[in-house]
Write a protein that binds this ligand. Structure first.
Ligand code: GDP
Length: 296
């Protein structure tokens, strides 16, 4: 996803490293190129401004410019700043609570929410040996509940039996009750998506959050939708207390800006990246690794 950005930045930094001495002018010129590269990758403008300003400030200090390898040092500053922009540390799911831990999945239809629910359930079951119950609260889209049941079979995770006509809040209550009675460690609530952010979706989501008091509210967004993904995250964040973001389709060839802006614009940590359609194609999001990948 970051190939083009990586190429552009690689060129700038090769030139910086290639020079023995650097002056302030050299740094400012390089940062102008970095700015253009980030904007072309579709990173939000305020995020780019802040990034360039911080890197410039740290780089033009005398200790950097007077050092033996100034180019190297500037690249290190860029790397650190990029990592900070992406959230510094990998954030774990907050499920070390008295069971059942409740994870509520929210997002627009088509973002990859249901697939991601099954992927995370599979991860928790396999890696952390958790007993997971999944429940679909999507009563709007025909066959949404069956879709989760089918995925549940594939990842060998239990899904809550479907009761026709039951409404989302009632389904959430039933899921929690079943989890308590049957000693599940984690309950995953896959809430309904809509094509656009609308008030009905938000009201329903808040009602579900109220009855289930989730430990995690994960917003699933499609990284291919660029700045729209960032706006969606902002909208959801204003309506419900998001605890993290999952970026799907990171295997696609979007320019990557959404991924890079997301943390800075929303203030929410990116917890996972979806990297394919298969149910094991999900990775915990490690900012320093992603920064490393971008800078080669
Ligand atoms: P929902 O409407 O948000 O629940 O979306 P779905 O979970 O049904 O996913 C929609 C489509 O996106 C499906 O075909 C998924 O296989 C696909 N999908 C989900 N996550 C990813 C991902 O990370 N990469 C790719 N390439 N496809 C994905």
């Amino acid at each position: 996803m970051f190939e083009k950005l990586s190429d552009r930045l690689g060129g700038v930094f090769d030139r910086l490293r290639g020079r023995g001495a650097l002056n302030e002018q050299d740094v400012r010129e390089a940062m102008r190129e970095v700015r253009v590269a980030l904007l072309e990758a579709d990173v939000a403008l305020p995020v780019v401004r802040d990034f360039v300003e911080k890197v410039t400030e740290k780089s033009v200090g005398q200790s950097v410019l007077k050092s033996v390898t100034p180019g190297q040092q500037v690249v290190k500053i860029v790397n650190d700043q990029l990592t900070e922009m992406l959230g510094s540390e990998a954030s774990e799911l907050n499920i070390a609570v008295a069971p059942p831990a409740v994870i509520m999945m929210v997002g627009l239809q088509g973002s990859g929410k249901t697939t991601t629910t099954a992927k995370i359930a599979k991860l928790l079951k396999g890696k952390q040996n958790k007993k997971v119950l999944m429940a679909s609260l999507d009563v709007n889209r025909p066959a949404a509940q069956e879709q989760l049941a089918t995925l549940g079979k594939q990842v060998e995770v239990t899904t809550l039996p479907i009761i026709e006509g039951q409404q989302p809040v009632e389904i959430a209550k039933r899921a929690l009750q079943a989890a308590k009675l049957q000693s599940f460690d984690v309950v995953m609530l896959d809430t309904a998506g809509r094509l656009h952010v609308d008030q009905q979706l938000m009201d329903e989501m808040r009602a579900v959050a109220k009855v289930s008091t989730p430990h995690e509210v994960l917003l699933v967004v499609d990284s291919l939708t660029g700045q729209d993904a960032v706006n969606v995250a902002k909208n959801f964040g204003e309506q419900v207390d998001l605890t993290g973001i999952v970026l799907t389709r990171m295997d696609g060839d979007a320019r990557g800006g959404a991924a890079l802006s997301m943390r800075a614009v929303t203030g929410k940590p990116i917890k996972f990246a979806g990297v394919g359609e298969k149910l094991d194609q999900i990775e915990p999001f490690h900012p320093e690794r992603v920064a490393g990948r971008i800078l080669g």
